[in-house]
Design a protein around this ligand. Structure first.
Ligand code: SF4
Length: 284
């Protein structure tokens, strides 16, 4: 059985008779607000489970935040932590051409443009989908089309362009923050009003979509993560050009080594920019 949800932004609604309601937990501001608003009974029906797809490359503060959400004292539904890969290790191995495949993170190319983006799918979307199938009891290779799954995505009104339909006919995305007409700022205000600290910025340490302000703040506030990003950025070019690439890869859009970038001179005031990221599962 297949079903459709309304496609006009802001009119998603609960799936009638859903077999499973899943909150896609990126552990940033928006998805944390979603989870806590559900816990407070302000949006519903209550999710059956939240799923955090771990890339193993998030800052320590994000893992502490996930541990808090998983503690059992915060949310009335379980948080499942799933992972298919260690994205940092994959980047370093592929930069060394150890496994002969393309790097799945779309780093910047000094000949122009970016690499092909596969990381969101490999490290986030696929592991979440696998966990949903496991929870439904669908054997590997079998169709899940007899089920109806509602997946909550933490997109706020300032990122509506990231709203995308689910890829599977048996799943429907729902955007409760859009339904509630809430921006990222509204989420932060809601958290403050209810006595919750602002969640850390969630995303992979070496994500090329960080803007200059994000990099500057990381260098100042989380030097361990910044040092790690510098190490991986250097590793991108240690063995020359990556497999199949006609140019060198860089973590920063200026195509300079990360430690050489003058973030203060470049800072634009924008927040992290995932505007082209489909599915809205990174940085929320
Ligand atoms: S946060 Fe960035 S590097 Fe990590 S999976 Fe998402 S797009 Fe890829």
């Amino acid at each position: 059985m297949t079903f459709q949800h309304p496609t006009w932004p802001g009119v998603s609604e609960p799936v009638t008779g859903a077999d499973l309601r899943v909150l896609s937990l990126g552990a940033g501001v928006q998805s944390t607000t979603l989870a806590l608003m559900a816990a407070h009974g302000e949006i519903g029906p209550m999710p059956d489970v939240a799923i955090f797809a771990d890339t193993h490359w998030e800052p320590k503060a994000v893992y502490e935040h996930v541990d808090w959400l998983m503690s059992g004292n915060v949310l009335p539904f379980p948080v499942h932590r799933v992972s298919d890969l260690n994205l940092r290790d994959q980047v370093v191995d592929r930069a060394a051409q150890a496994d002969g495949r393309y790097i799945s993170v779309p780093f910047f190319l000094d000949a122009g443009g970016m690499g092909r983006r596969q990381c969101t799918n490999e490290a986030k979307i696929v592991p979440i989908r696998k966990e949903i199938r496991r929870l439904l009891g669908v054997p590997k290779g079998a169709h899940a089309s007899r089920y109806r799954v509602e997946q909550w995505i933490g997109i706020s009104t300032d990122e509506m362009q990231r709203m995308k339909d689910a890829r599977e006919s048996w799943m429907a995305h729902r955007w409760p923050l859009i339904e509630a007409r809430m921006s990222r700022g509204d989420c932060l205000a809601w958290l403050e009003k209810h006595g919750y600290p602002a969640p850390p910025k969630s995303s992979c340490i070496g994500c090329p979509f960080h803007n200059d302000r994000f990099w500057r703040d990381m260098r100042r506030d989380d030097p361990a993560s910044f040092h790690d990003a510098v190490e991986v950025d250097r590793a991108l070019r240690r063995h020359g050009k990556s497999r199949g690439m006609r140019s060198h890869e860089y973590m920063h859009r200026s195509c300079q080594p990360l430690e050489a970038v003058d973030f203060d001179a470049r800072t634009t005031g924008q927040q992290i920019d995932f505007l082209d990221e489909c599915d809205g599962v990174c940085g929320t």
